[in-house]
Design a protein around this ligand. Structure first.
Ligand SMILES: *Cc1c(COP(=O)(O)O)cnc(C)c1O
Length: 395
């Protein structure tokens, strides 16, 4: 094995609510305030070398951004081909929607068929580097299979707890990837309780989103990628199907870093959070002008990734949406389903219901004046439609 030089990594962690600092070279969970930590980097020190020009020719995965990722030892970068997914220019969709331009960021092409790969890649790499022995997480499905995949690649056991009505292809996948799988008749919040018990009784390390600092670091790379793939600029608007909101929060963090690095000005895309009408805590809070979201009761949607009744990063999602001049909007399962078919026939991409959801939101945002007819828009397709085979719309 060659001895690669160590990477700079993070300098420290910072509580997203209080700004309190914590050490980044031991395993950390939530801050003492019970809020997520963000990893901080010495951006001034890397600024002259870490430039868009110097990225050309780097590996076609998210590790091309390794200077702004927390892993220090290159041997701990667990790689399955995550990130650098296509940003597809789809003019016929733009025409159908009546907006200036549309790109689909096709995250279905990640390992395990969803963008959960980005987050779990970083979380598992870092957990291994910092000495975790057993990993666990509650999941609506896709995070579970991504954790299973990276756990298998890292040689670490993973315990996954998912609701019984998780799409069957995902359950098969988690089993095939060798994780210890528990099915629970309940919601992801109930699955979380089982994981917390394992943490207390067996010392499992909890990979729940934003409860450890590094899944968001993996997901933030989507922000860097969009900038690079558009030739060094950002779009007018980004539509993001929101469960825990990690990707939206992550991209917002990436934009701050890119500004500090001198890549962009203080201009930001309008950030739109799209949820299912059967589980829309962020939309309800945004409409009421609240800073935090009340838990949603009786969550029901076939878009498993959107069935998140309570998000630990709710205040971060709402803050990014408001600061950007965006909005939060809900669509029904049948609207998502309709758009899965429209996008598929228009583009050749079999999107997941969550991808259908953001497409369905466009007309509503145009009607309300949040999107303008000339806007250039990135729609996130967060996973492959193949993972939802057998699932039918609930509303
Ligand atoms: C998890 C998931 C989402 C929601 O992502 P968050 O970052 O938790 O908001 C959307 N789509 C799919 C396919 C998912 O698996």
């Amino acid at each position: 094995m060659t001895d690669s030089p160590r990477l700079p990594g993070a300098t420290h962690l910072e509580c997203t609510q209080t700004g309190e600092h914590a050490e980044s070279e031991t395993l950390q969970t939530l801050s003492p305030a019970g809020k997520p930590y963000f990893a901080c980097y010495d951006l001034d020190a890397i600024k002259t070398e870490f430039t868009p020009g110097n990225l050309l020719g780097r590996s076609a995965d998210l590790w091309r951004y390794e200077e702004v990722l927390p892993v220090r030892d290159p041997a701990c970068q667990i790689k399955l081909g995550e990130g650098w997914t296509p940003l597809l220019d789809v003019p016929n969709v733009a025409l159908r929607m009546g907006v200036g331009r549309v790109w689909i960021k096709d995250e279905g092409q990640n390992p395990t068929g969803s963008f959960k790969a980005r987050g779990l890649c970083l979380a598992v790499s870092r957990a291994k580097e910092l000495g975790a022995k057993e990993l666990a997480l509650p999941s609506a499905g896709n995070a579970g299979s991504a954790a299973a995949a990276y756990g298998a690649a890292a040689g670490l056991p993973v315990h996954v707890v998912v609701p019984t009505d998780t799409p069957a292809p995902i359950i098969e996948e988690i089993r095939a990837l060798g994780a210890d799988l528990q099915l629970l008749d309940g919601l992801i919040t109930d699955c979380g309780k089982v994981v917390r018990k394992g943490v207390e009784e067996h010392g499992w390390f909890d990979l729940s989103t934003l409860k450890e600092p590094y899944r968001v670091e993996g997901k933030k790379t989507m922000g860097y990628e969009i900038f690079e793939q558009l030739g060094g600029r950002l779009p007018d608007a980004i539509l993001y199907p929101t469960g825990g909101g990690t990707g939206l929060i992550g991209m917002w963090k990436a934009f701050d870093e890119m500004q500090a690095l001198g890549w962009i000005s203080d201009e930001r895309p309008k950030m739109f959070s799209v949820q299912a009408s059967g589980c829309a805590p962020i939309v309800r809070a945004w409409e009421a002008g609240k800073d935090e979201a009340e838990p949603w009761t009786d969550s029901a949607t076939y878009a498993a990734g959107l069935r998140v009744p309570q998000a630990v990063g709710d205040f971060l999602i709402l803050d990014a949406v408001r600061q950007s001049g965006g909005a939060a909007v809900a669509v029904s399962d049948s609207e998502m389903h309709e758009w899965v078919h429209l996008l598929g026939a228009d583009t050749g991409v079999f999107v997941c219901p969550e991808g259908g959801a953001v497409a369905a939101a466009v007309s509503r945002l145009l009607e309300r004046g949040f999107l303008l007819p000339q806007d250039e828009v990135v729609l996130f397709n967060t996973g492959s439609g193949l993972k939802y085979v057998g699932m039918t719309p609930l509303s």
